[in-house]
Design a protein around this ligand. Structure first.
Ligand code: C2E
Ligand code: CA
Ligand code: CA
Ligand code: CA
Length: 277
């Protein structure tokens, strides 16, 4: 019993530490976004089976002044506990729009960029007006912007989601369901929502070529999407076996380390655009 109590106290201290650290991160993120250049986007190519460029997913990076690079897996969940995640989403939208303008200026006119938007941001009152303003302030084609939302978001308030997604469609923005297959959402939503893209979660892609069940799940998602005229993107493709399996089953868009890690714009311009032009 004594030991149990000690463990409990240890846990309490750990929790207090974590709460303190999360709080510090929150304050630092706010500063980092508003006043300094600590946050930046990296871009991971989406490609065809042959490796031809189709577009990019924008992924956030935080260069902390003391701790160095911090993964979004660490800071996004903390940001999601408050409206900070909306600031991050707005920052991502603006940076991506600026990037599109820059790339257009140097001759790369048709490279779509997808941006991850949290559920909290999606159902907030801020998203639609922000994007309307963004499209006025930046001379870009709206259909080059794609919003990635995770499947789980649809469970929270489906009517509100349908409303916001329809408004986004009205603005010509593309809509992608991220991590598809992990959120237990009803297939009925696919019919009710204006969805352009399904991204099959990496956890199914990992063993699609080696474990029958995973392969079946990927094949079924691709088939369903193809029948509904929705594009499927396979995320986290790391080897040729996965690529070939998915291609044989009708998937046309791939993203993963097998082709490229997320890159800084300077690397895309010097390597990727040169290679593809
Ligand atoms: P996600 O949206 O599912 O993004 C894909 C993640 O998988 C990225 O991790 C990417 O770098 C990684 N990845 C891509 N290909 C491979 C591969 O072949 N193998 C492996 N092992 N990993 C691969 P990252 O950049 O660390 O982002 C992690 C998560 O953080 C994202 O998952 C997304 O949920 C969230 N996130 C990142 N940036 C943002 C953002 O700007 N806003 C929001 N709300 N969330 C973001
Ligand atoms: Ca994503
Ligand atoms: Ca994903
Ligand atoms: Ca994922």
């Amino acid at each position: 019993k004594q030991r149990g109590r000690d463990n409990y106290q240890l846990f309490e201290i750990d929790m207090a530490d974590k709460v303190q650290r999360d709080f510090n991160y929150e304050q630092e993120m706010l500063l980092g976004i508003n006043s300094e250049h600590q946050f930046s986007l990296v871009y991971q190519p989406k490609v065809t089976h042959q490796g031809d460029l189709l577009g990019f997913e924008a992924l956030m990076r935080w260069h902390h002044p003391k701790e160095g690079l911090i993964s979004p897996i660490e800071f996004i969940p903390i940001a999601e506990e408050s409206d900070l995640i909306i600031n991050i989403g707005e920052y991502a939208l603006t940076q991506a729009a600026k990037q599109l303008v820059l790339w257009q200026g140097i001759g790369y006119k048709n490279v779509p960029i997808s941006i991850n938007i949290s559920g909290r941001h999606l159902v907030s009152e801020r998203l639609i007006p922000y994007i309307q303003r963004l499209l006025i302030d930046h001379p870009i084609d709206a259909n080059l912007l794609e919003i990635e939302i995770t499947e789980g978001v649809l469970l929270t308030d489906i009517d509100r989601c349908i409303d916001v997604l329809s408004q986004l469609k009205g603005l010509n923005i593309k809509i992608s369901i991220d991590d598809f297959g992990t959120g237990y959402s009803s297939l009925n939503y696919l019919k009710r929502l204006p969805i352009d893209v399904l991204k099959i979660d990496k956890s199914f892609i990992d063993d699609c070529a080696t474990v029958v069940e995973d392969g079946e799940i990927c094949g079924t998602i691709i088939n369903l999407a193809n029948n509904l005229r929705i594009i499927t993107v396979a995320e986290g493709v790391e080897n040729k076996e996965q690529l070939d399996f998915l291609t044989e089953h009708g998937c046309h868009v791939f993203q993963g380390y097998f082709f490229s890690k997320p890159l800084y714009p300077s690397d895309i311009e010097s390597q990727y655009f040169k290679k593809c032009s």
